[in-house]
Write a protein that binds this ligand. Structure first.
Ligand SMILES: [Zn+2]
Length: 164
């Protein structure tokens, strides 16, 4: 018998600023109060009678949320966005339009993604959860939901066999 364990109920939150990059355009800087939820599908562990200990799952979500909270989120893997850091300042240029920003480095979270979309945030969190598969052989998959607000967001599933 398989179980679906839920952590969050969209209660993990982070407030952040971002702009989504298009082919030639770049949104204006704006913010969201993002919501995050994680669901774990798997069998009940015979010994502990649970799918995964909430106490172990929570830090993964909380750490992810804290990295992004109250920050300007920037993608490090987008060739159209040039990001350089110097003496506590982060210089950002959207190359197609020569649009420039300067932020304090401490206010920025530079993420290994191509764009600051909910799809990419969800993918990033599923990657962080991969090590849990080896620790919990009873877990079949994780589903991560990231929402710009309740009702608008994205779910990303990662399975043990196809963890991409
Ligand atoms: Zn937005």
């Amino acid at each position: 018998m398989s179980y679906r364990l839920i952590q969050g109920g969209l209660t993990f939150k982070f407030a952040a600023a971002h702009f989504v990059l298009g082919e030639t355009g770049c949104e204006r800087l704006h913010g969201h109060n993002y919501l995050v939820e994680v669901q774990v599908l798997g069998e009940q562990d015979e010994e502990k009678n649970l799918v995964i200990d909430f106490l172990e799952l929570k830090p993964f979500v909380r750490n992810f949320v804290e990295e992004l909270d109250h920050r300007v989120l920037l993608p490090s893997e987008n060739p159209q966005l040039l990001v350089t850091k110097n003496e506590g300042e982060c210089f950002v240029e959207f190359l197609p339009k020569k649009k420039k920003y300067i932020f304090p480095v401490v206010d920025v979270s530079l993420l290994p993604i191509k764009n600051t979309t909910v799809e990419e945030f969800a993918r990033l969190l599923t990657i962080k959860m991969k090590p849990l598969f080896s620790k919990y052989p009873n877990i079949e998959s994780f589903e991560v939901g990231v929402f710009e607000y309740k009702g608008q967001g994205c779910w990303k599933k990662i399975t043990r066999d196809n963890s991409s």
